[in-house]
Write a protein that binds this ligand. Structure first.
Ligand code: ADP
Ligand code: SF4
Ligand code: MG
Length: 327
């Protein structure tokens, strides 16, 4: 098999060798260490695709999503968006790019100003970026509300009068006002009631299909990602350990970590009941460098070589990448 993750056809976003470290500990006492939240990530998001990003809490998903938008500054590596080297941009160039790339958060409440009516909240980015002339704003706001499944009368409501699911719809409408080409959706349904999650996921899917949006969809829950993603990247301790079409990751996972994650997802079809793999030990600490495979301390199949040399993310079948010495 040839090819690397980064030379995927039709890429809109290409991330190469990305590292985002945070300082840890007191540099006056003892050794200065680093939290290696993102520790050498390569991936692509193709035009119009949803790339799911899954992994346990603390593995670096949010930091990766924020790093590609430069909401946190990466330590090293490259991020290319539509042919533009994002990490070298400053000032006006960076602001112009940021409009094309947006983020949806887990908790929309924090990003919605409590004193503003919903109509004003959605109109704000339209005015700020002069997306439509003043006399068209109301109509555009109504159109955006319709797109997220809300009636026009919501325009005069305030965030606190709405449910969590409705607030997430408002946050999505405001994001769409900017007409982005790429969205990072960071656990957008994790804080919501299970009963309203599917509604939000379906809105995101319709938008992605209707407007050709590309999306990095982050979740700790593989069952949610399975529902929405075209391809899935599995993250473990700051690294991507498997990346393939969703059907491949779910149906024939290669990496022992993906297999363990999957075994914890209840199967819809009882005939294909999965055998639950219990991972020994705790989720790994992201502090400091790892020698060998980061999954080795918990891997049921680890051998001596796993503790000595780190497996690279390599193609194991067409379009199916995994980082394991024995796959
Ligand atoms: N600003 C920060 N400063 C220091 N450590 C951070 C910061 N942001 C995240 N981390 C650490 O980086 C690791 C990855 O965090 P995060 O990206 O939030 O993971 P996830 O979204 O997968 O739960 C965690 O150990 C977290 O504590
Ligand atoms: S390289 Fe070794 S420790 Fe790492 S996942 Fe593969 S078998 Fe397990
Ligand atoms: Mg997170």
């Amino acid at each position: 098999m040839s090819g690397t993750v980064a030379d995927s056809a039709n890429a809109l976003l290409t991330v190469s060798g990305l590292e985002t470290y945070f300082p840890f500990g007191n540099r006056w006492f003892g050794k200065r260490e680093w939290v290696r939240a993102v520790d050498g990530v390569d991936l692509t998001v193709r035009r119009g695709e949803v790339l799911g990003l899954v992994g346990e809490s603390g593995c670096g998903k949010t930091t990766l999503g924020r790093s590609v938008l430069r909401l946190v500054e990466p330590t090293r590596g490259a991020v290319d968006f539509d042919g533009v080297d994002l990490l070298s941009l400053k000032g006006r160039g960076l602001r112009a790019m940021r409009r094309r790339m947006q983020i949806i958060f887990q908790d929309p409440y924090k990003s919605l100003s409590p004193r503003m009516q919903i109509g004003q909240i959605i109109a704000e980015p339209l005015r700020l970026h002069r997306i439509v002339p003043e006399h068209e704003i109301e109509m555009r706001v109504q159109g955006l509300l319709t797109k997220v499944g809300l009636e026009p009368y919501f325009m005069s409501r305030y965030p606190h009068e709405m449910s969590g699911g409705q607030r997430q719809r408002i946050a999505i409408a405001r994001t769409l006002a900017l007409e982005p080409e790429f969205i990072v959706a960071d656990e957008p349904v994790s804080a919501l009631d299970v009963s309203v999650q599917a509604g939000i996921l379906n809105i995101l899917l319709e938008l992605q299909r209707g407007e050709g949006l590309a999306m990095l969809f982050i979740s700790h829950d593989l069952a949610v990602v399975e529902h929405i993603a075209d391809r899935v990247a599995v993250m473990y301790r700051g690294k991507i350990v498997e990346l393939a079409e969703t059907d491949r990751v779910i149906g024939s996972p290669l990496h022992p970590y993906t297999q363990a994650l999957l075994s914890a997802v209840p199967s819809i079809d009882p005939a294909t009941k999965r055998k639950r793999i219990r991972l020994p030990g705790e989720p790994p600490s992201p502090i400091g460098a790892v020698v060998g495979c980061p999954f080795a301390p918990r891997c049921p199949e680890a051998q001596g070589v796993c503790r000595e040399s780190a497996p690279a993310l390599e193609p194991k079948a067409a379009g199916h990448f995994a980082a394991c010495h024995f796959r």
